[in-house]
Design a protein around this ligand. Structure first.
Ligand code: NI
Length: 162
């Protein structure tokens, strides 16, 4: 298990377009495992490779904490409806903003064995798929925020302030 350093806003690596993955090497598997470890350690629901400084089209998503999805070369092929809600990013710690996303997303990708997979999601999963795919194009959610980016209290602070 290895936790990688999460690149934060202002790091130019977050604005670059990522390269397609041609094959999964032992190093790619290590990267994917580290991305999962890093996402869980940071309490996030998704992480894209550029957030750990690697310009490859790889994302990990887990919106429940027990259902990890590994998406290599993901491509959104269908969307439906809209949802507007609070969205954050591990590259903007402690911040969130309201973003409108599709309420349903269908995504084609490859898994860690380079098998073709399809992932469908609604609500938070749909939002996470869109957010992470944007990272691979060098786009950040703050470009899509409606209104202001605001500070979010950590869960612990929110408990203390009850
Ligand atoms: Ni993000």
């Amino acid at each position: 298990m290895a936790i990688r350093n999460i690149r934060e806003f202002g790091d130019p690596v977050l604005n670059k377009v990522c390269k397609e993955v041609a094959e999964v090497t032992p190093r790619t598997r290590e990267l994917i495992q580290d991305m999962l470890d890093t996402m869980y350690a940071a309490g996030g629901v998704g992480l894209a490779a550029p957030q750990v400084g690697i310009l490859k089209r790889i994302v990990v998503i887990d919106v429940t904490g027990e259902d990890p999805h590994i998406l290599i070369n993901p491509r959104i092929v269908e969307t439906e409806g809209t949802q507007t809600g609070s969205e954050g990013c591990l590259s903007f710690p402690g911040k969130a903003g309201d973003v409108t996303r599709p309420n349903y997303v269908k995504c084609e990708a490859f898994d860690a064995d380079m098998n073709k997979i399809t992932l469908e999601g609604t609500e938070l999963l749909a939002r996470a798929i869109c957010h992470e795919c944007d990272h691979l194009e060098g786009h950040l959610y703050t470009e899509k925020v409606e209104g202001e980016v605001y500070d979010v209290k950590s869960k612990d602070e929110a408990e203390d302030n009850k």
